[in-house]
Every structure is written in C-alpha cells, then in structure tokens.
Ligand binder design. Structure first.
Ligand code: SAM
Length: 206
C-alpha cells in the first residue's frame, strides 16, 4: 500500500483545486488515513474477484486504494458532479478504470455486488431521528442485497457535542444488530476520540 499511496498522494498534490472540499486533504497527508489499514485487513478475507460497489465515492481515493488491493471489479456512485469528474480522471490515470464512478444519488438500481461499502460517508439529509437514520442505512443495504456490507459509522461512545455529527447518527453495536437482524455483525474501531476528532467504527454485516 505504501508505494501506491505515494502515487495517489503525488497525484492529489498535483491536481489539488480550491473547489475540492476540505476533507479531500486527508489524501494529501504523508500517511494514509487510519481506516485504510482496517479496511485492507477486512477485505483480505474475500476473494479478489469479488464485485465491489462504494456508496459516496468522493474524489475516488478509496476506490483507487481498493483497486490497488487487488479488487479489479470495482465501481461506485457520487452525487457531486465535480467530485465524480475528479474521481473518474484519477481512476483512469492511476488504475486504468474508465467511468468507474457514476454521478447520481444512491439508492439507484445497481447490479447486486458481493461487497457494498459505505465508509467515511455519514449522510442524513432530511433526517432528524435515529430511527429514520437506521431505516435509511437499511434501505441502502436492501437496495443492493450484498453478501457483505462494510459500513462505517460514528460510534455512540463519542459524546462530545458537534453539529457535524448530531446524536442520532452516533450508533452502537446494538443499534446495528437490531437493524440487521439474523446477520452476523463484526465491529472494527477506526478513529478514537480524543486522539481523533471523533470515534468511528466499521461494521462488517454478513
Ligand atoms: C466524506 S466523502 C468520502 C468519500 C469517500 N468515501 C472517501 O472515503 O474518500 C462522502 C461523499 O459521499 C457523497 N454522498 C453522500 N451521500 C450520497 C448518496 N446518497 N449518493 C451518492 N453520494 C453520496 C458526498 O457527496 C461525499 O462526496
């Protein structure tokens, strides 16, 4: 991963634009974000010919990384037009992937992927309760019916007030288990407050 991350970082530094959102700067740092290693360790369990679909692909950095892990059948969706263009240019240049990211708002019809990924994408437009938020997450899963769902959420252990992450998006393992009944749930902490600005956990739902 080190060698590929250096290439990705170099590309991002060269193609940095003021119009890109602030969070894209994490992929210009010298070290890749913490969740990359966690994600790689989880993905290593699965056959490399698995199909992968990412919800909220942003500027394509995660798709690029997962492609580098060996998962070549990968694509994603991003609602922002500028980011989609940026992601597709990056993925073509670094990975040889053409139009891997569609510009649209999930859920839309997709072919059933083996692995559905929603990482670093806390989306809660028009939502104000935990019940509604969990329903939305479940609808994302039901739309794809994947074999495996890798979902990163803000952890309920994170108690500090911030408008970016209202209380209802902070979830516990119990919230996930109750939403995905009869599924196997495994949890993997990524960010931990106060070392990081919040606490996050990746769930593997299968
Ligand atoms: C913080 S970014 C992270 C991007 C990427 N997952 C990563 O880790 O680099 C989250 C992205 O999800 C996109 N997004 C949020 N909800 C979405 C939806 N329902 N459909 C498509 N894109 C969505 C946002 O526009 C944003 O670019």
């Amino acid at each position: 991963m080190g060698k590929f991350y250096s290439l990705l970082r170099k590309y991002n530094l060269k193609n940095n634009k003021a119009s890109l959102p602030e969070w894209t700067s994490i992929y210009r740092e010298e070290e890749p974000p913490v969740y990359w290693t966690v994600l790689k360790n989880i993905l290593n369990r699965f056959p490399k010919n698995s199909t992968v679909f990412e919800i909220g692909s942003g500027a394509g950095d995660l798709v690029a990384m997962i492609h580098d892990f060996g998962f070549k059948k990968i694509c994603g969706i991003e609602l922002n037009k500028t980011l989609t263009k940026c992601a597709n240019e990056k993925l073509e240049f670094l990975c040889g992937l053409k139009n891997a990211i569609q510009n649209n708002t999930y859920p839309v019809f997709i072919d059933q992927p083996d692995i559905l990924i929603q990482v670093n994408c806390v989306y809660f437009e028009n939502i104000s309760t935990k019940k509604e938020y969990l329903k939305l997450i479940k609808s994302f899963y039901d739309n794809a019916v994947p074999k495996y769902f890798l979902l990163e959420v803000i952890d309920s252990k994170f108690k500090t007030h911030t408008n970016i992450f209202p209380k209802f998006v902070r979830l516990s393992k119990n919230d996930i288990s109750k939403t995905f009944t009869n599924k196997t749930i495994e949890s993997f902490p990524t960010y931990v407050y106060p070392k990081n600005t919040s606490s996050k956990t990746i769930y593997l739902i299968s």
